[in-house]
Design a protein around this ligand. Structure first.
Ligand code: KG4
Ligand code: ZN
Length: 333
């Protein structure tokens, strides 16, 4: 039997999870509301909140899994990529825990973990599969050949898809993180109300910075004509923006599927919680006869269950690290 404690602290969620023989028994997430009023994550405040939250979060994960600290066989933690101060809290906690209990320490790449969240529950994708990983900091198309054998075949050249959602929300005076709110209002609006450009980027790469500028100009222009534009047309703007972001993402995914011949298609990361993306991907999957894999909502945004499941598969390979390990703000997949 293998009991793994997973720790996630790369951005603004402090999370701990217990995985027993590949089954997630708890997944506690302490979100940091403090960033909402700043319109984005403030790194220093995030580190301080992690420091306050980490012990109670771990304690709760252990209690909910109905085990004790002594039962844990290994501790897995997010080494990167992420905010260094935030990563340091989780890394230092994991190192101390492993040292005190004399158990192995396992490093996990956060972007790999988003993808491996697909191995928490059935149906699990078979290898090889393509994964569109879309979060607040990343937009990637990854060819997944095995649990830890992943090839990055496309990525954003500037902003991430989540940033496009969050920056649009900021322009609309909505609080951070704006993605879930845009999703909510988009469901009430007309996706064809405003036309926004699709960037012409070669290959499988993405760009979202032009879209952000186009949205800003659209809103500034409309406000000149009608000062009540944002109040009256918020839902239509949200629906049009979401529709464009989703079409940019899925057109590249379609291209990647065609280029690689792979028909197992997954999405992961915070933006994979988006209802427009989920619906459109399912429709595209029907059209092109893909096997589509969409994570449960709780495993889309940052969570430690994905770290624990990745840790479990590394544990089976005896892939451990020493106490000299340090977190990495940048960490390739
Ligand atoms: O994976 P994640 O929790 O953290 C990072 O690793 O970045 O992703 C957070 C991102 C934020 O940009 C947030 O606005 C976006 O995911 N997001 C959404 C939705 N839920 C979260 N974007 C669009 N629609 C959603 N429903
Ligand atoms: Zn993430």
């Amino acid at each position: 039997m293998a009991i793994i404690l997973g720790i996630e602290s790369s951005c603004d969620e402090t999370s701990a999870s217990v995985c027993i023989d590949g089954e997630i028994k708890s997944n506690i997430i302490a979100s940091q509301a403090i960033h909402a009023k700043y319109g984005g994550v403030v790194p220093e405040l995030a580190s301080r909140a992690h420091q306050q939250n980490i012990i109670p979060t771990v304690d709760q994960a252990i209690v909910q899994a109905q085990i004790t600290k002594k039962d844990i066989d290994a501790v897995a933690f997010t080494r990167g990529p992420g905010l260094l101060g935030s990563l340091l809290v989780g890394t230092s906690f994991a190192k101390s825990f492993a040292l005190a209990r004399q158990i192995p320490l396992i490093e996990v790449n956060h972007m790999q973990a988003h993808i491996l969240a697909h191995f928490i529950e059935d149906p699990k994708p078979s290898f090889p599969f393509l994964c569109l990983t879309v979060s607040g900091g990343h937009t990637q198309i990854v060819l997944v050949k095995d649990y830890f054998e992943m090839e990055l075949i496309g990525q954003t050249l500037d902003d991430a898809a989540g940033e496009a959602f969050d920056k649009t929300a900021k322009i609309l005076n909505l609080p951070y993180p704006g993605g879930p709110l845009i999703d909510k209002y988009a469901q009430l609006g007309d996706p064809k109300a405003f036309s926004l450009p699709e960037p012409q980027i070669p290959g499988l790469n993405f760009s979202f910075s032009g879209l952000k500028t186009a949205i800003l100009y659209l809103i500034q222009g409309q406000l000149k004509e009608n000062p009540a534009f944002l109040e009256e047309k918020r839902d239509d703007v949200c629906a049009s923006v979401q529709d464009r972001i989703v079409s940019i993402l899925l057109n590249k995914l379609k291209k990647a599927a065609k280029q690689t011949g792979v028909k197992n298609i997954a999405i992961a990361g915070g933006v994979s919680a988006n209802s427009g993306l989920r619906t459109e991907l399912l429709a595209m999957g029907e059209r092109y006869k893909w096997n589509v894999f969409i994570p449960k909502f709780e495993y889309c945004t940052d969570n430690a269950a994905m770290i624990a499941i990745a840790g479990y598969h590394k544990y089976l390979n005896k892939d451990f690290v020493g106490q000299d390990i340090a977190p990495l703000a940048r960490m390739p997949i």
